[in-house]
Design a protein around this ligand. Structure first.
Ligand SMILES: Cc1cc2nc3c(=O)[nH]c(=O)nc-3n(C[C@H](O)[C@H](O)[C@H](O)COP(=O)(O)O)c2cc1C
Length: 181
């Protein structure tokens, strides 16, 4: 069992436990791309992505203040969310690093709108920045979805610090259990 206690002034003092327990929340894996005003592409791997609102259609992402992609999002006022397929682990690893040549190793397409799509993604959502809110050592960014599309396929997932694949649907497991009784 993992546990962590709060300090008197509030907040968890043990970073390792915070990380371990946060990792018990499974997520998909996305790459967020953005292009600065000079036309240079930036991107990072991200799990903190969520749909926020249907009317208007908003997405929310959380970007580390140290990310080199953050200034490009700020400058351009645009970002693109690419949900990765389970076969795209290597792309996730590339964008989780700090190398300057991330885009030379990954097939991408530049949209006329200036967004950068990772080829072969499960889904792509282009956004214009709505709000940027301080969130501790991260910036919480909401974006108005301007275009979105997706294909059939299985997502890349992340759980307990490791990549995962989806299992069978839970209902199938329940039916299997019921018919075994
Ligand atoms: C599975 C996974 C999820 C991640 N989620 C986030 C996230 O939600 N927000 C974030 O800022 N960084 C996240 N990262 C870390 C960034 O990808 C990493 O710091 C990257 O080097 C930043 O690149 P940049 O500085 O070029 O933007 C995640 C990394 C991995 C492997």
């Amino acid at each position: 069992m993992y546990s962590a206690v709060s300090r008197p002034e509030g907040g968890i003092s043990d970073r390792a436990s915070f990380r371990k327990i946060a990792g018990l929340w499974p997520s998909g894996v996305a790459v967020i791309t953005a292009m600065d005003n000079a036309g240079t592409p930036f991107g990072l791997t991200m799990s903190s992505v969520t749909s926020l609102s249907l009317e208007p259609p908003l997405y929310l992402i959380c970007v580390d203040l140290k990310s080199t992609t953050l200034p490009a999002i700020q400058d351009s006022g645009r970002f693109c969310i690419n949900f990765l397929m389970r076969s795209q682990q290597e792309i996730s690893n590339i964008f989780a690093g700090r190398s300057a040549d991330k885009f030379s190793r990954v097939p991408t397409r530049r949209r006329p709108s200036g967004h950068i799509e990772i080829s072969g993604s499960l889904a792509v959502i282009t956004c214009t920045v709505r709000d940027m809110i301080a969130g501790g050592d991260h910036s919480i960014i909401t974006g108005l979805a301007t275009e979105m599309w997706g294909v059939d396929g299985e997502p890349l997932m992340h759980f307990r610090g490791a990549y995962r694949e989806m299992g069978p649907p839970a209902t199938a497991a329940i039916h299997a259990h019921q018919s075994a009784q």
